[in-house]
Design a protein around this ligand. Structure first.
Ligand code: 5GP
Ligand code: ZN
Length: 121
């Protein structure tokens, strides 16, 4: 489903302030907020304010928004404390559909970074 908002969608509720979140960034088109169950020292989510279910629904009309999301993710990752490239860095993850591990069906990008203690060295 795609539209301005979905009243049953948890991330639409966060966008509208109906569910509280710890915001990292907000503008007219995008919202970034900390993941409630972080996998790493830096872990926030970026969502379009408009309800788009997943990457399976996007087309060329979304290209500029998706581009902004990528550029902003890089800037915010570094602002939020990811160490500099190449020894630091971060991961951008967009789970899509059940086989892609997507649990919340409002398009979102995970921005994940920080030391990974399970890796040696
Ligand atoms: P997915 O598996 O769909 O890619 O990831 C959904 C993410 O949303 C999970 O990492 C989960 O912890 C996060 N999440 C689910 N519900 C909430 C919530 O109410 N608030 C916040 N901040 N994160 C949430
Ligand atoms: Zn939504």
């Amino acid at each position: 489903m795609s539209g301005e908002h979905d009243p049953n969608c948890i991330f639409c509720k966060i966008v509208r302030g109906e569910i509280p979140s710890r915001k990292v960034h907000e503008d007219e088109e995008l919202l970034a907020f900390h993941d409630i169950h972080p996998w790493a020292p830096v872990h926030f989510l970026m969502v379009p304010k408009q309800h788009i279910a997943s990457m399976a629904q996007v087309d060329e009309h979304h290209a500029a928004m998706l581009g902004r999301m990528m550029v902003l993710a890089s800037r915010l990752a570094q602002q939020e404390g990811c160490a500099p490239y190449p020894h630091g860095g971060f991961r951008l993850v967009v789970n899509t559909g059940d086989h892609g591990g997507q649990e919340v069906h409002h398009l979102h990008m995970h921005v994940i970074g920080g030391p990974r203690p399970w890796l040696k060295g």
